[in-house]
Structures are given as C-alpha cells and as structure tokens.
Design a protein around this ligand. Structure first.
Ligand SMILES: CC(C)(COP(=O)(O)OP(=O)(O)OC[C@H]1O[C@@H](n2cnc3c(N)ncnc32)[C@H](O)[C@@H]1OP(=O)(O)O)[C@@H](O)C(=O)NCCC(=O)NCCS
Length: 184
C-alpha cells in the first residue's frame, strides 16, 4: 500500500522509511502533540505515570529533538526524544521511547532508537580517539538513557550496556542507566 502524502511523511525530515512505517523528525507543534498522544496512552494510561511528570519543559526546549513513527495510514504509532546539553558535548540522552501496544513487536521501537542515534551522530558527535573508536580518531556520540528495568533487554539487544547497575525509582518504576557509544 502506498503511504498517503502527509506533511509528516514528506520532505527532508524523514529519517527512515520502510515496510509501511515512516520515522520523521518532529518540526511542527501538531506533530509534537501527536507524540504527546502516544506518550499519554503508553506512559500515563498504561503505566500510570502522572501526566504532569510525563509532559515536561524539556519537550519544548530548543535543544530537544523528537521523532515520530507513522504507520501506512499516517497514524502516529511511536515516538522518542533526544535531549542535548551544551555542557556535555558528544553526549546525548535518549528518552520517552514509546510504541502503542497494538504496534509493538514489529521492530518500530528498535527503528526509533536507530533513528535517534543517527540524528545524534549527525548533529552531536565529537571527535574521539580511544578504545571505543578502534584506536583512531573518529566522530562519536555517547547515547545515555534511563531504562525501565522491564525494557533493559530491549536496549541490550541494541548494544546498550548498564552504566553502574544502580537501580532507582522514577515515577514509581524501577530504572537503571544504560549507554552506548555510536561511532561514524
Ligand atoms: C519498549 C518498547 C518501546 C519496544 O518497542 P517495540 O516496537 O515493541 O520493540 P521492537 O519490536 O522494535 O523490539 C526489538 C527487539 O526487542 C525485543 N523486545 C521488545 N521489547 C522487549 C522487552 N520489554 N523485553 C525484552 N525484549 C524486548 C523484541 O522481541 C525484538 O527482538 P528481536 O530483534 O529478537 O525480534 C515498547 O514495548 C513500549 O513502548 N513499551 C512501553 C513503554 C516503555 O517501556 N518504554 C521504554 C521506557 S525506558
């Protein structure tokens, strides 16, 4: 089926387009609201995170990038966000990753992570020279995330490793920090 032409799936903001699912970078308020719809369904209704904690000021910060996964009808089925901090060049934070329950198990979550990593590498990498770059200077970005413990295996399969192993509660859910260095 040919995807309908929608503002979300046209132009240069497409990060990934395959198998009827398009991943776009959010550039308009209406798209951000669609990402919030997905997060509200997943985190607030399904996981009982308070709405006032789920939607925060970082969502509208200049330094934040959101991505949206659209199905072949143009419906928003998944989202995630990338946080950056000028005080930490070469490091980004991946968060608020959510796929609607009905769309899970089709690789969309993994593709959202890969799309966010690609944006991080293209826009926030620094030159590194060490074991993680094979002992020669290469562009690299460290992607850190706060993983719900039930999602740790998902991230592990994508190459993420536990940072300290310390567990903590966030919105009543057990988390651990994980990270992966993405190299060009
Ligand atoms: C975690 C989440 C984003 C995964 O999205 P998804 O689209 O179902 O994941 P994918 O289909 O891309 O799965 C990729 C791989 O990870 C595996 N996987 C997915 N979720 C998993 C989990 N919770 N535990 C272990 N493995 C998991 C899949 O089986 C698949 O394995 P494969 O490559 O061998 O086939 C989704 O389940 C979700 O939105 N959960 C609720 C919100 C949440 O917990 N977000 C993470 C916050 S840290």
């Amino acid at each position: 089926m040919t995807p309908p032409s929608t503002p979300e799936s046209s132009g240069t903001d497409v990060v990934d387009d395959a198998d009827g699912v398009t991943i776009v970078r959010v550039t308009e308020r209406a798209q951000l609201e669609r990402a919030w719809d997905v997060r509200t369904e997943v985190f607030v209704h399904e996981q009982h995170v308070p709405l006032e904690e789920e939607i925060d000021d970082l969502d509208t910060a200049e330094s934040t990038t959101h991505v949206l996964a659209l199905d072949d009808t143009g419906g928003a089925v998944g989202t995630g966000r990338l946080l950056t901090d000028p005080a930490h060049p070469g490091e980004v934070h991946l968060g608020r990753l959510a796929v609607r329950a009905a769309a899970r198990g089709q690789g969309i979550g993994a593709r959202l992570v890969v799309a966010i990593e690609a944006l991080a590498l293209a826009e926030h990498a620094v030159t590194r020279d060490g074991p993680e770059t094979g002992g020669r200077p290469r562009l690299a970005v460290r992607v850190v995330l706060s993983a719900q413990e039930v999602a740790m295996e998902f991230y592990r399969r994508l190459g993420y490793e536990v940072v300290t192993g310390e567990r903590y509660l966030d919105a009543g859910i057990w988390h651990q920090d994980m990270a992966r260095t993405v190299v060009s």
